[in-house]
Design a protein around this ligand. Structure first.
Ligand SMILES: [Zn+2]
Length: 279
């Protein structure tokens, strides 16, 4: 999965806004030509994340398990080779959803292709979508939401995913400075950013991009998943797992810090000092 360049996508901003305001819907249709399954995983991570702010943090154990697709409370249901799901699979899923989550706030049913749910299956799900337990959540990925019954649709929030939204690049200089893994390298680069009088919003954007790429590098190291940016590959080659975990956490923390009325110099200085302690 590619989170490195997506921070500016509308869907990422929408999901973060829901998470930050405590208003994550319990049932969402992810439709349109954009990356539906990727967005569903990101949303599932936001639902399960343990971080106090800026969810999903992509670095806590909940987020990592969702991204590695091994979270026990995210139930993914798809018919591998068949066109439609079997009614037994849908009924089993429904029973499972009534059981409390093992280790997370939500138990999530994720349908990578909700077009595989025929009318009968949707009727099996209807009651639990309408009035199921508070921990149950539903993520329906489907190109056209018209494939779902109006009764299901009326209970869901629809998140439309556009293709090819503007996706700004991360600052490769910043990531290379961290990847150097030497004392002073990142500090020198962060000082340079301060001298360039970078604005707080731009700094936040840079830190978020870097954070996402770092989380991706960490995931690649632990789960062997492929990375799609050069920077993520470089970070995962150059830093130890411990260093990557620390850097992911720091970037997350200081990106969130930029929400407050703090000076850019303060954020850059604190980030540099904390990183020096951890390499
Ligand atoms: Zn998290």
């Amino acid at each position: 999965m590619e989170y490195g360049t997506l921070e500016n996508s509308t869907w990422v901003r929408t999901i973060r806004r829901w998470a930050d305001s405590g208003s994550l819907p319990h049932a969402v249709i992810l439709s349109g030509p954009g990356p539906r399954l990727e967005a569903a995983r990101f949303l599932a991570a936001a639902m399960e994340c343990r971080s106090a702010r800026s969810r999903p943090c992509l670095s806590c154990s909940q987020c990592r398990k969702v991204m590695e697709e091994i979270h026990p409370d995210v139930l993914t249901l798809s018919a591998q080779d068949a066109k439609e799901l079997t009614v037994k699979a849908v009924r089993d899923l429904r029973s499972e959803l009534y059981i409390c989550p093992n280790d997370a706030p939500r138990k999530i049913a994720l349908f990578p292709d909700a077009g595989q749910l025929n009318q009968r299956d949707q009727n099996v799900l209807l009651k639990i979508v309408e009035e199921g337990p508070a921990h149950a959540a539903f993520l329906f990925c489907v190109e056209n939401s018209g494939a779902l019954l109006p009764t299901i649709r009326s209970r869901c929030v629809e998140l439309k995913l556009q293709q090819g939204e503007a996706e700004p690049e991360a600052d490769p200089g910043l990531l290379r400075a961290f990847a150097a893994g030497q004392r002073g390298a990142a500090t020198a680069y962060l000082t340079e950013l301060e001298n360039r009088r970078i604005k707080r919003e731009d700094l936040q954007q840079q830190l978020r991009q870097a954070w996402r790429i770092c989380a991706q590098a960490l995931l690649a190291q632990s789960g062997g998943q492929a990375v799609d940016t050069q920077e993520a590959a470089l970070l995962s080659r150059s830093l130890s797992r411990r260093q990557l975990a620390a850097l992911t956490e720091l970037l997350h923390h200081y990106a969130a810090e930029c929400d407050y009325n703090v000076g850019v110099g303060h954020v850059l200085g604190a980030l540099a000092a904390e990183w020096e302690k951890r390499i």
